[in-house]
Ligand binder design. Structure first.
Ligand code: IMP
Ligand code: MG
Length: 172
């Protein structure tokens, strides 16, 4: 196992995610919310957020892939889809692990928009704003980070390190 330098601690992540759960509840608490977890990276984020969300919530999963190693290809493939009946006329939140170039999020947003949700917002755990190649922003972002390749808390490097409870950077 490589040495990992801690960037955001487990405690910091949990605290920030709890704040987001409260923010979402104050906005959507009176209606049902459909959370879409994008696999695999957002799975820890989705679990922690939903456990703290006090309103009526449903959980759906989507899987897309765009990445080989640490370089984004810009080409998005849908590996697991959602049926329209789960989205149409619903308040929907897409949960992403990280927004990097923005290609994945742009694809996801269009894919869900085409199913006519009542509303759609995007929450991302991490945001690398300076890396954007397409114009797209998350509505809620927990942490803005520099141009670093991060792992842990669901994020991987070649499928490794998802199980770290914190977010860190591989030390070369
Ligand atoms: P985008 O399409 O370039 O915005 O890439 C988004 C996807 O690339 C994310 O959902 C992640 O799966 C992956 N990704 C981007 N940056 C990182 C990183 O620093 N660590 C791990 N995965 C990343
Ligand atoms: Mg992802």
């Amino acid at each position: 196992m490589d040495k990992i330098k801690k960037l955001i601690s487990e405690k910091e992540v949990k605290e920030r995610v709890n704040i987001l759960a409260k923010e979402l509840y104050s906005e959507y608490g009176n209606s049902e919310l459909v959370f879409i977890c994008t696999l695999k990276g957002a799975v820890f984020f989705a679990c922690d957020l939903l456990k703290k969300y006090k309103g009526d919530a449903r959980l759906e999963f989507l899987r897309v892939s765009s990445y080989k190693g640490t370089k984004s290809s810009g080409k998005i493939e849908l590996n697991l889809s959602i049926s329209k009946e789960n989205i149409e006329n619903q308040n929907v939140i897409i949960l992403e692990d990280i927004v990097d170039t923005g290609h994945t999020l742009k694809f996801l947003k269009q894919y869900i928009t085409d199913m006519n949700p009542k509303s759609l917002k995007i929450c991302t755990l991490l945001d690398k704003k300076m890396r954007r190649e397409v114009e797209i922003e998350a509505d809620y972002s927990c942490f803005e980070i520099e141009d670093l390749f991060v792992v842990g808390y669901g994020l991987d490097y070649d499928q490794k390190y998802r199980n770290l409870p914190y977010i860190g950077v591989i030390e070369k």
